[in-house]
Design a protein around this ligand. Structure first.
Ligand SMILES: [Zn+2]
Length: 253
């Protein structure tokens, strides 16, 4: 298996980041094939195989990899060197209820997963810290992006971030109340017709958190439109897999 990856170029020294696609894994049916989510109904053996293949491809130690129990909130998990032990390819249990995680521990890999929600990788300019953030509309409104970037503990302008694959405004029509709520939080430009542009919301949140636009990137495309590359809850419903944002601080290959 060769996991499908979208590398993030130009990170700081010692930091590696990428987004996964659905290609190159062991899962079958609606989870085909690189499903990394452990609570979506997929065979745990396949999830373990996919996570192990990802660790092998990126050269990180699965005992130092952390996946969260994502709850659409704004809690931030601070990850130490051994906090992931036994969980990533073992129990498959997320290490805590959180939607953002940060670390300054070399060798640690952080993951945030999504099937339409924006997932974000961030790193300190000096390479001494990293973050992974799951930023669906509830988390965005709750301030998960601002909380995650603030937890990196550096002055404004010292963090870079890239927003990964997410559902585009082409495929994210929402009711009037939610459009009004998102416009109220992030500005009228995030509403496109009857839809909301979650990537634009994330960009506004990042800028507010002190990541200027010139230090932001965004993966172009839409998870719902691109069935060959991405899982999508909007397109496929409950039974679908999860892709991930992955950031590794030092260590490994
Ligand atoms: Zn679309």
């Amino acid at each position: 298996m060769t996991p499908g990856l979208l590398p993030v170029p130009g990170t700081a020294r010692g930091v590696r980041a990428c987004f996964t696609t659905r290609a190159g894994g062991a899962s079958t049916g609606p989870y085909a094939s690189l499903n990394l989510g452990s609570s979506v109904g997929d065979d745990p053996a396949s999830v373990r195989a996919n996570r192990a293949a990802l660790a092998g491809a990126l050269g990180f130690d699965p005992e130092r990899a952390v996946a969260m129990r994502q709850v659409h909130g704004a809690e931030v998990l601070r990850v130490g060197p051994d906090d992931g032990a036994g969980s990533f390819t073992g129990s498959l249990a997320g290490v805590a209820d959180a939607d953002a995680c940060v670390t300054t521990a070399p060798g640690v890999a952080l993951l945030a997963m999504g099937a339409d929600c924006p997932v974000i990788v961030a790193w300190r300019r000096d390479g001494a810290g990293a973050a992974a953030i799951h930023a669906g509309w509830r988390g965005l409104v709750a301030g998960v992006v601002e909380a995650g970037i603030a937890a990196m503990g550096v002055p404004r302008g010292e963090v870079h971030a890239v927003v990964g694959p997410h559902v585009g405004p082409c495929c994210y029509p929402v009711d009037h109340a939610l459009r009004a709520r998102m416009a109220g939080s992030f500005g009228p430009q995030v509403v496109r017709g009857d839809a909301v542009d979650l990537g634009e919301c994330a960009a506004v949140a990042l800028e507010r958190a002190g990541v200027p636009a010139v230090q932001q990137g965004r993966v172009v495309g839409c998870t719902s439109c691109d069935a060959a590359r991405f899982f999508s809850y909007r397109r496929d419903g409950q039974a679908t897999g999860r892709q991930a944002a992955v950031v590794i601080l030092g260590g490994g290959a």
